[in-house]
Ligand binder design. Structure first.
Ligand code: SF4
Length: 354
């Protein structure tokens, strides 16, 4: 058996993978039989989830952020960013639209915006929960205190997305200002798990300064964390950030990582992300064909979508818009899949929590 197949078998069977093992795969990705790898990952997705693709309605609640991550268009130092925040009523309107369209998970995502105190967020979450008790509520609001995470969970939140971005300290410091630390990020993720959230971590592919050794550590960290969701996206530069001139990540590298993740975490919820759809018009379909099983169209009010500019050219109209669910359904059917109308919980969390 070749080294490639031996390692892929180890990935899929869940046997321990050393850093050197992940590194070997990443270093040899150009010469590996990638179509075969994608087919293998897709077969695992079909075995675990069939042909149904889960949808999440994304509501971008605030483009204010107190942080200054070097790669992000919403960073506080970007004086050109246009800022907005949604009111409770606007968020509830988005949910109403989404519910009618068949979305059974609402993802409330925003920068770290002090306006959304625990009181305000719990009020919003509990009202969504009261109106749509059958829907799942996912939050993606960055680093908060354990007490805050607990209160939000009690208010009705089911899931929390917090990408770790990179699991290498030195690389984390290249991407973030000194006040942010990987240690604290990880601590938040483990806290969220302990509190009973379905937790999503994830990383950028092709971010400035990233090495194969860094990526190998990302896989190792995910092995340790065992998240229920993994969101990875190609790095896409934003023109008003320090990384404006840096090259973006590639579709092929992102697909390769998606496929490895599907093999390693057969039951994980794995989105074909907007970033993938941004750098390749067929990116999301290709992601699904490489093992992804979630799409996350935008439910935000149309006039604010463009303002939530994490990176350049982010798709936010046309088929990305949730209203075009039918168009997205047609795209999925063209590759033999279909969109589901369900919460799409991680296995073991189907009742909506512990
Ligand atoms: S990546 Fe998140 S935390 Fe960092 S600046 Fe952007 S919105 Fe804020």
């Amino acid at each position: 058996m070749t080294r490639e197949l031996e390692l892929l078998d180890r990935v899929e069977s869940g046997q321990p993978m050393a850093h050197a093992d992940w590194l070997w795969l990443l270093e040899h990705r150009e010469t590996m039989d990638r179509p075969a790898l994608y087919d293998r990952a897709r077969a695992v997705r079909e075995r675990e989830f069939g042909f149904g693709i889960h949808t999440r309605g994304l509501i971008e609640i605030s483009s204010f952020c107190k942080n200054d991550c070097y790669y992000c268009g919403l960073r506080r130092s970007n004086a050109h960013a246009s800022r907005y925040r949604l009111t409770k009523e606007q968020i509830l309107d988005c949910c109403e639209t989404g519910w009618k369209l068949g979305f059974r998970t609402f993802v409330l995502q925003g920068g770290e915006d002090a306006y959304y105190t625990d009181e305000r967020m719990c009020d919003i979450v509990s009202e969504i929960h009261r109106r749509y008790p059958e829907a799942a509520i996912t939050l993606s609001l960055g680093e908060r205190s354990e007490e805050s995470y607990r209160r939000l969970k009690e208010a009705g939140a089911d899931r929390y997305l917090l990408r770790h971005e990179t699991a290498t300290d030195a690389h984390y410091r290249m991407l973030h200002p000194p006040e942010l630390s990987l240690a604290h990020r990880k601590e938040c993720l483990f806290t969220l798990k302990r509190l009973g959230y379905q937790v999503g971590a994830g990383f950028m592919v092709g971010s400035p300064g990233q090495t194969n050794a860094d990526l190998a550590r990302d896989f190792q960290f995910l092995d340790e964390l065992q998240p229920q969701m993994i969101g990875i996206g190609s790095f896409v530069p934003h023109h008003d950030t320090p990384f404006a001139q840096k090259p973006g990540g590639t579709v092929e590298d992102t697909l390769f990582c998606l496929a490895l993740l599907r093999l390693r975490f057969p039951k994980v919820l794995l989105p074909a992300t907007t970033a993938l759809g941004t750098i390749d018009p067929k990116g999301r379909e290709r992601g699904i064909l490489a093992g992804a099983n979630v799409v996350m169209p935008n439910l935000s009010p149309v006039d604010t979508r463009k303002q939530y500019e994490l990176y350049d050219n982010k798709i936010c109209t046309g088929e990305e818009a949730a209203e075009s669910r039918a168009a997205l359904e047609a795209r999925m059917q063209a590759i033999g899949c279909h969109l589901t109308v369900d919460r799409g919980d991680a296995p073991g969390f189907e009742a909506g929590g512990f």
